[in-house]
Design a protein around this ligand. Sequence first.
Ligand code: ARG
Length: 612
Amino acid sequence: MNLKLLFLCLFLAALLIPAEMKRKKDKKHRLHDHGHGHHKHNKTKGRFKNIIEDIFFEIFDGAGEDDEDDDGSDWLLELQEPEGKCNPNPCLNNGECEQKNKRQFKCDCPKPFRGRKCEKGPKHCRRGRCGRGECVLTSTPPFYECKCKAPFQPPHCRTLSLCKPNPCRNGGTCIRDGNDFDCHCPPGYRGRFCHVGPNDCYVDDGESYRGNVSETDDGDECLYWNSHFILEKGADPFSSFEDKDGLGPHNFCRNPDGELMPWCFLRRGRKLFWDYCDVTQCPKPTGVTPTEIVSPDPKPTAPKPQTTATDSQPQMTTAPTVTEKPSQAPKPSSAPASVPPTPIGTAPPQQFSTCGKPQPKKTITRIFGGLKVAPGAIPWQVSVEVRPKNSKQTFRHVCGGVLIESCWVLTAGHCIEQSKDMQVSMGSLTLASEDLTEQTIRVEEAIVHENYRETPVAVYNDIALLRLSGTDGVCANETQFVKTACLPDAQLPDGKECTISGWGATEESQYGSNNLLMANVLLINQQKCSKPIVYGSVLDDTMFCAGYLQGGVDSCQGDSGGPLTCKLNSTDIIYGLVSWGDQCGRKNKPGVYTRVVHFVDWIKSKTGAASP
Ligand code: ARG
């Protein structure tokens, strides 16, 4: 580590993270991020044209099936395979997992599956097999089925027939329109085939949704959950989600993984994406028990996929529980967060009365072969964002941060550029979106530690406090997705497993991640980390190392200032802040973190003295 490296690190963070923000629309794997629930224009028009022009059938289908998805092999995602652990089993299609060493695994794949995670199946779904349709995998010979895109007809979706047989359900009338058709639905029914019934709606986050909507809110048709394409991209919905009851050989929107509302996979060219669905939220209870009803005309059940999942049956659900809805969280804004006015002279509302308690239940979900942080799992994670002073430019992510009080965020000292306007944003897992759960708050003041110092070899006292804008001691509002982490009061033992998270680079000199990622690291003994082969004598007690001396899991550019938390009696303690390192993930060059416990008195003196 020398000064050049440090500058390089800052330079890359400044240069590359905004570049990532520009890739907004790509959003890693989710398409477009906008509010949900709004219904779109008539989506049926031009459908036939879309099917015909759908380039993936023409150019890509099957052509590059062995190609790795170019952004599915993110460096950090790869590293974040849960340390090579076989639990949960990373091998798909009933592959057996063998632990190679602490962080590596090998999948023994049952024939005919192959690939690192047995994700590559038999080529039943070869190019052109299903003409103008989607090839889905089944467990009985011939092990595939064609799901034709109307007006193309089964079995191989090559012949075309308009309105015969009538594709419209629930008494819908089929009207020919050139090469295409429209379904005129009876009152209350909607969807391309009138397949969405009047009571088709979801409650809460839609975990219990068993309705028939199969389109995204942008009008894309959902992939079947047993589509060969999803499996080939290394995602197996049937083994990777917590709640698979609703999944089956259908393409209805579901929420098996704690998202905000029902969603589905879709395909664009060779890429797999997901998006929220064009599904309606059930009206709030009015004394009558609301139900989530499947249309009276459920799709015929197809053979089961090669998974253990059970197909969903129409299901009645219980009354919605009165939990906080994400949509009730404050709307993002770059102005001071809108907080409920506190009457003068009264105590501030009881917020953030406990720290270090993530949102229970929603555990981490494996998706696209990597680890995505589940909503509310790291609710103290903050994105520190800057723009030139008094400019109208959009803020760009520069660093991570940690919410420790409603009006105070901890970050790294080297993240502070006093010449810039700063804001923090929290409560969202994605950088480029404007989630309803997100709270964006202006930074009133950045207090860098008085002894902050950079040398050619290290950064000392790399800590800063951000005082947020607010009134009467309320800046951030506590929600399911925004909570504080606890300050430490003692050193923790070497070898303890702790968690790092951030949107930083996922490959050296590569763009940061738009999804919040997390990894587990071990606290490394200070003497070991001060060996000449590691960082030598440059370390002092304002910092510590964490990660693995063999290399591998590490934080990286853009993660700085973000949390390293350790669990102590099931409470998360903010033990370190991402600070520096000699490149990322290299052997004998673990991440170096600001030792927060060393600064607790400093933090208390600052946060206690200046009440915002
Ligand atoms: N300085 C980097 C940043 O500003 C953090 C680097 C962390 N490096 C590491 N190998 N852990 O984001």
